[in-house]
Design a protein around this ligand. Structure first.
Ligand code: SF4
Ligand code: SF4
Length: 73
């Protein structure tokens, strides 16, 4: 799993990470108004979520998953 840590208590539900993820890993829980890491196995460590989250909710591994897609971020 390339997302090492996720801190939902910091999340304000802005949706930036969901929009930024090229692999559709993340979802917005509209009842809780928080992001959810729904499909962690699909993460390719592109750092899009970490880069675009204004709250610092994500800690993504510095190593990419070998042989996986590289995103434009
Ligand atoms: S690191 Fe990239 S692929 Fe992984 S959850 Fe974040 S935006 Fe999606
Ligand atoms: S970008 Fe950060 S604050 Fe915004 S929904 Fe995603 S985790 Fe929450």
């Amino acid at each position: 799993m390339a997302i090492r840590n996720f801190y939902p208590e910091l999340c304000t539900g802005c949706g930036n990470c969901v929009a930024a993820c090229p692999m559709d890993v993340l979802r917005l829980d509209e009842e809780q108004n928080k992001a959810v890491v729904r499909y962690p196995q699909d993460c390719v460590a592109c750092w899009g979520c970490e880069s675009f989250c204004p709250q610092g909710c994500f800690d993504v591994s510095p190593e990419r998953a070998r042989g996986e897609m590289v995103s434009p971020y």
